[in-house]
Design a protein around this ligand. Structure first.
Ligand code: PLP
Length: 421
């Protein structure tokens, strides 16, 4: 099936359910047929609903639909994108381990990997996403995952997925891509051999800035990497917290299953059923919206490139952009709605942000409503001067999330703001 059809139908059996729209299962718990049924569910002898912290039928449709769009085998929805990223890390790494992360990632991912998980005893080693050859020297026997973004936020680099995957495969290490900005419509990391994909679904997936959410998606056949791999011994040894369950022995997608059974059980960053329902509504139009976001962003990038006050435009759709070759290789149907540009300094950048009417000064991306952000003073404010440079966030950088308004209106809005800055 084509993706526009999957986006509307995958994961939901309307003939069995009898409703055109997916119902919202607004419930905390589920009634078991009897005690034996309950015991079987807890022992994983039967699969079924136990408690919404672990699973929910509305979230289940969202998870199946998202996995279908990514071309993955299974997914687990989370309360936010940050929860999804944390789960992907915590599912493989423990105190004494290390992970390898691109320098150019969302500010929250930098603080999570550089500060919060350090307190859990997990070390993060950083590489420049534009130079994957740096990865090899960072790997040792305690390295558990290589994490990077397909399109980076806000520096808008495009990762060379195959180059990173081939280094990881040489050492039997898992790769995890945050595909939030590209979306499963424009980029499919599993086709390049990536093992796990995470998203903040708070962005393009809901599409109108309606609901926080995240998702972890697993590729087909990930068991082959994990089975008998010493790096992932906890998947191959009995889990004492689950009566000696050995994940890699199960005929089930094991990465997302372990997130559900162990991490969701104990940490509980579960999505609200209503948020999963909003995400389902968003997915239905995601392919159509991504085309329009991309077309409009391309026109705006070309306009900015020709503007005398703009010294640099970062948009992978532009032929002049350093990431154009990677973008053309890994993206199909457009280059998404996120772009950034540089002006003389922080003051000019802030004046431009304050001078727009349609673009709202907001720290979000992927909304139908256009957004302008000054990352150095907002999303990336907690980063040190060196971290800002590493993340590609100079003071004069302005980020745009191009929405779905009329393109010419957006260009007129930016023209006015730039002229007055
Ligand atoms: N990943 C990327 C690329 C993001 O841009 C963001 C948020 O802006 C996140 C993850 C975090 O997602 P959330 O805000 O849903 O926790």
């Amino acid at each position: 099936m084509h993706e526009q059809t999957l986006a509307i139908h995958a994961g939901y059996d309307k003939d069995a359910m009898g409703t055109m729209a997916v119902p919202i299962y607004q419930t905390t718990a589920y009634e078991f047929r009897d005690s034996e049924h309950a015991a079987n569910l807890f022992a994983l002898k039967e699969l079924g609903n136990i408690y919404t912290r672990l699973m929910n039928p509305t979230s289940d449709v969202f998870e199946k639909r998202f996995a279908a769009l990514e071309g993955g085998v299974a997914a687990i929805a989370t309360a936010s994108g940050m929860a999804a990223i944390f789960y992907a890390i915590a599912n493989v790494a423990e105190a004494g381990d290390n992970i390898i992360v691109a320098k150019q990632v969302y500010g929250g991912t930098t603080t999570l990997t550089g500060h919060t998980i350090k307190r859990f005893g997990i070390e993060t080693r950083y590489f420049n996403v534009a130079n994957p050859s740096e990865i090899e020297a960072l790997i040792d026997e305690k390295t558990k995952i290589i994490l990077f973004e397909s399109i980076t936020n806000p520096s808008i680099d495009v990762a060379d997925l195959s180059a990173i995957v081939s280094i990881a495969q040489k050492h039997d290490i898992m790769t995890c891509v945050d595909n939030t900005v590209a979306t499963p419509i424009l980029c499919k990391p599993f086709e390049s051999g990536v093992d796990v994909v995470v998203h903040s679904t708070s962005k393009y997936t809901t599409g109108q800035g309606l609901a926080l959410g995240g998702i972890v998606v697993e590729r087909h056949g990930l068991v082959d990497l994990i089975k008998d791999n010493d790096r992932y011994s906890h998947f191959n040894e009995p889990d004492e917290s689950y009566h000696g369950l050995v994940y890699s022995d199960l005929p089930l997608p094991l990465f997302t299953l372990r997130v559900r059974l162990a991490l969701m059980r104990d940490l509980g960053a579960t999505p609200a059923p209503f948020n999963s329902w909003l995400n389902i509504q968003g997915l239905e139009t995601l392919p159509l919206r991504m085309k329009q976001h991309s077309t409009s962003a391309m026109a705006i990038a070309e306009f900015l490139e020709a503007h005398p006050k703009v010294s640099k435009v970062n948009y992978p759709g532009l032929k002049s952009d350093a990431n154009h070759a990677n973008a053309s290789k890994y993206m199909k149907g457009g280059f998404s709605g996120l772009l950034s540009f540089e002006v003389a300094n922080k003051e000019t950048a802030q004046k431009i942000a304050d001078g727009t009417d349609i673009f709202a000064v907001v720290v979000n991306i992927g909304d139908s409503k256009s957004i302008i952000t000054h990352p150095a003073s907002t999303t990336h404010q907690q980063l040190s001067a060196q971290e800002l440079i590493d993340a590609g966030v100079p003071g004069g950088l302005v980020r745009l999330s191009v929405g779905l308004e009329d393109t010419q209106d957006l260009i007129d809005d930016l023209t006015k703001a730039l002229d007055n800055a």
